[in-house]
Design a protein around this ligand. Structure first.
Ligand SMILES: [Zn+2]
Length: 333
């Protein structure tokens, strides 16, 4: 174990004994199946999915966040999500098979670091001032009046911040981009367990397929962003501007981890890219975009316009009616 990074490299193929490895020719994900098999890639629904030997020399996962609930729970979440989007969704989506929902242990890295930050900012303090101004009264004469205005005074602030960032997770998956993983976060890392093969047995596991160096860079970037958000919350005064900071990281650790993700990828029209819905296998947090039907949206907009036109016409008729009534009343007098 490298004391500087806390990472450990063991040359042993990922996945348990008896697992079969398949590589996707479309998205590049390499997945290990035990028991359950699929003809298509769970990430992109590509049929270009071929068996191949497991890659050797990959990092062994150190930790795992386990799936909570089985695929019945995930189906329910997916049905709810599809249901709430069915109004404008492409009708081909309704014929999509929900059986294509698959649980995958996705490779990622868990990063932590001590971050030392020097920052500068302009801190705004509000104060109230009475100001006089000239106005022209109803009599046409100008006169002087007073009003209270809020002004902000800025002063320079510089300081140091020492903090621990411990919960950065970045993707090491070819099938799942980092921004997709971020939309599923957070994972509850208090429930994280030390890796043991039985924990993932029976599930699909993706091989680690992004380099550790790339994942390290990505992690540092996320950690520095987190520091920026923290500094923003921590700034004194009523407001601040020109926040600039420089962070130095030390005592970094980068550990291979597996995180649970339900993947639903469906090619519902041959000419369209597949729809992909992702569900956090621990929390049920869902991320996806239902393809919308331009026809349905168009009809809905026309419908709304018709309702608005109806209201406007109705109001006009009412106004006309009222005017007529008022006229009638005048005549009575
Ligand atoms: Zn694929």
């Amino acid at each position: 174990m490298d004391p500087a990074t806390g990472a450990q490299e063991i040359t042993r193929p990922a996945g348990g004994r008896g697992a079969t490895t398949f590589a996707c020719g479309q998205c590049g994900a390499t997945l290990s199946f035990e028991g359950t098999r699929t003809q298509r890639c769970p990430f992109c629904d590509s049929p270009n999915f071929v068996e191949r030997p497991a890659t050797v020399g990959l990092p062994d996962p150190q930790f795992v966040v386990a799936f909570v609930g089985d695929n019945v729970v995930a189906h329910r979440a997916l049905d709810r999500w599809l249901g709430s989007r069915s109004m404008f969704a492409d009708s081909a989506l309704r014929d999509a098979k929900v059986e294509d929902l698959r649980g995958v242990y996705v490779p990622a890295y868990l990063y932590s670091t001590v971050a030392r930050t020097s920052y500068t900012a302009q801190i705004g303090e509000n104060y109230q001032e009475t100001e006089t101004y000239t106005t022209t009264g109803a009599d046409g004469k100008s006169r002087t009046e007073t009003r209270t205005v809020t002004r902000t005074e800025y002063r320079a602030l510089a300081g140091d911040h020492l903090g621990y960032v411990s919960d950065v997770i970045v993707t090491a998956s070819a099938g799942l981009a980092n921004d997709e993983l971020q939309r599923l976060e957070p994972f509850d890392l208090k429930q994280m367990r030390r890796f043991a093969a039985p924990l993932i047995s029976g599930w699909i596991t993706e091989e680690f397929s992004r380099s550790k160096d790339d994942c390290m860079k990505l992690s540092r970037g996320e950690a520095v962003d987190q520091i920026g958000h923290r500094l923003g919350r921590y700034m004194p005064g009523d407001s601040y501007s020109d926040l600039a900071y420089k962070t130095t990281v030390s005592w970094e650790s980068l550990d291979p981890i597996l995180v649970p993700v339900w993947v639903f990828a469906v090619r519902y029209r041959p000419d369209k890219p597949p729809l992909r819905v992702l569900i956090n296998g621990q929390t049920g947090q869902i991320a996806g975009k239902a393809p919308l039907s331009p026809w349905k949206i168009g009809i809905a907009i026309l419908g709304t316009l018709a309702v608005i036109t109806g209201i406007v016409l109705g109001l006009r008729a009412y106004e006309q009616h009222r005017h007529t009534r008022q006229a009638e009343v005048l005549y009575e007098r």
